[in-house]
Design a protein around this ligand. Structure first.
Ligand SMILES: *Cc1c(COP(=O)(O)O)cnc(C)c1O
Length: 394
């Protein structure tokens, strides 16, 4: 008996070993690095210092003294742990304040904090649609949106990237028997380009569909006050009723939110399982978020500086004949194609003291492996020039 159990255990572990080694052979194996110290333009890895171009701390706030102080003070007054879920007794005044500030930034009635963007997307999609309903998503949407749709039991279809005629054909073929939800990234996370949002909003309206945008990379970086693509395109709560943002990127904190009408937010509080069945984030994190929202709204120089750095990089890269993507955001990928090429390029940059991670399938489609270069308001023009000269050499 023990033998049988053992051999079964060995079988599945052998299968896992085989899968891992297949992954290695295909250049798809991923390894974590362990970093020391804060995120910023410099990254410390195994005793060495690198100029970093791969975090999502676009505004350079992850190590901001005011955000650190806000968190430290809240730990003194409110302790560390959240203690319970929001609906039991874990909803602290710092969570409430962060929600109010985010409602101001987004121009929406209300905002609901979630612990991560992954959870916000799972929770929002599943609170709004279910069996008998229909979901339409851009092919390049973030994994959390895809997973949210798969979990929902709604009929799930994907339209080709930014191909609105394709989406329109799918909508036209859909019966009026259930709710329709159209979902798009606000800034596509691996390409840096934008959806055609005003047209998406029009299509949604024509087909009586709900429009949901996950602007994880747009909040803080675009829009006059950092309100993201909704602010840039001037879409109100009626035109864009479900707006998701994350707080671990440009806000330099952790967590995420959904912004919308009183009705949408109350529905999420009642029905979003990833909101209900989880401990609230530490109150000090919410205090840091509240502080960060002020900085994001007030310090527009950070967005201006980013735009200058992006323009400098793009014109330099064009002179070098590098293949850039259609992006004016701080995400500036260089498409390399196969996995091995992307890894080799990343390794060469590392040897030159620059940290740029290679992004491979399944994060991006096969044959589109790339260096995903990201900029931060912390970078200097000299940093950009150093990156360009390193890219020239590889
Ligand atoms: C990063 C990201 C998320 C996940 O947010 P987390 O807070 O890191 O879980 C969701 N959507 C998009 C588009 C993202 O880029």
């Amino acid at each position: 008996m023990a033998d049988t159990l053992n051999s079964t255990a060995t079988d599945w572990q052998q299968q896992l070993q085989q899968q891992l080694s297949d992954r290695r052979d295909a250049n798809l194996y991923r390894r974590r690095i362990t970093v020391d110290g804060p995120q910023g333009r410099l990254l410390h890895v195994e005793g060495k210092q690198y100029l970093s171009f791969c975090n999502n701390d676009y505004l350079g706030l992850a190590n901001h003294p005011k955000i650190k102080a806000a968190a430290a003070q809240a730990i003194e007054t409110d302790g560390f742990g959240g203690g319970a879920s929001h609906l039991v007794c874990g909803h602290n005044h710092w969570h409430h304040l962060a929600e109010q500030k985010l409602a101001q930034l987004t121009g929406r009635d209300r905002v609901l904090l979630f612990s991560t963007g992954y959870m916000a997307n799972l929770g929002a999609i599943n609170a709004l649609v279910g069996r008998g309903d229909f979901i339409f998503q851009d092919k390049l949407n973030h994994a959390s949106l895809i997973d949210g749709a798969l979990l929902s039991q709604a009929k799930f279809q994907r339209y080709r990237h930014n191909d609105l005629p394709h989406l329109e054909r799918l909508l036209e073929k859909t019966p009026d028997t259930g709710r329709k939800l159209i979902v798009s990234d606000g800034v596509f996370s691996m390409d840096g380009d934008l959806p055609r949002l005003p047209e998406l909003a029009k299509l949604a309206q024509q087909h009586n569909a709900i429009l949901m945008v996950d602007d994880a990379h747009g909040f803080g970086t675009i829009g006059a006050t950092g309100g993201g693509i909704a602010e840039q395109c001037n879409l109100n709560q009626q035109q864009l009723p479900v707006l998701v943002g994350t707080l671990g990127k440009a806000f330099g904190c952790f967590g995420a939110f959904v912004a919308g009408s009183e009705t949408v937010i109350e529905t999420l509080i009642q029905q979003a399982r990833s909101y209900i069945y989880t401990t609230s984030m530490p109150p000090s994190t919410a205090a840091a978020i509240a502080q960060s929202v002020d900085l994001v709204m007030e310090q527009s120089w950070r967005r201006d500086k980013l735009q200058q750095l992006i323009a400098r990089f793009r014109s330099g890269a064009q002179q070098l004949g590098l293949q850039l993507m259609d992006s004016n955001t701080p995400i500036q990928p260089i498409l390399l194609g196969d996995e091995a090429t992307a890894i080799a390029a990343s390794e060469k940059l590392k040897a030159a003291g620059l940290w740029v991670t290679a992004i491979r399938p399944p994060t991006v489609p096969k044959g589109t492996s790339r260096l995903r270069i990201t900029f931060s308001a912390d970078h200097s023009e000299a940093d950009i020039d150093r990156l360009l000269s390193a890219l020239e050499k590889i």
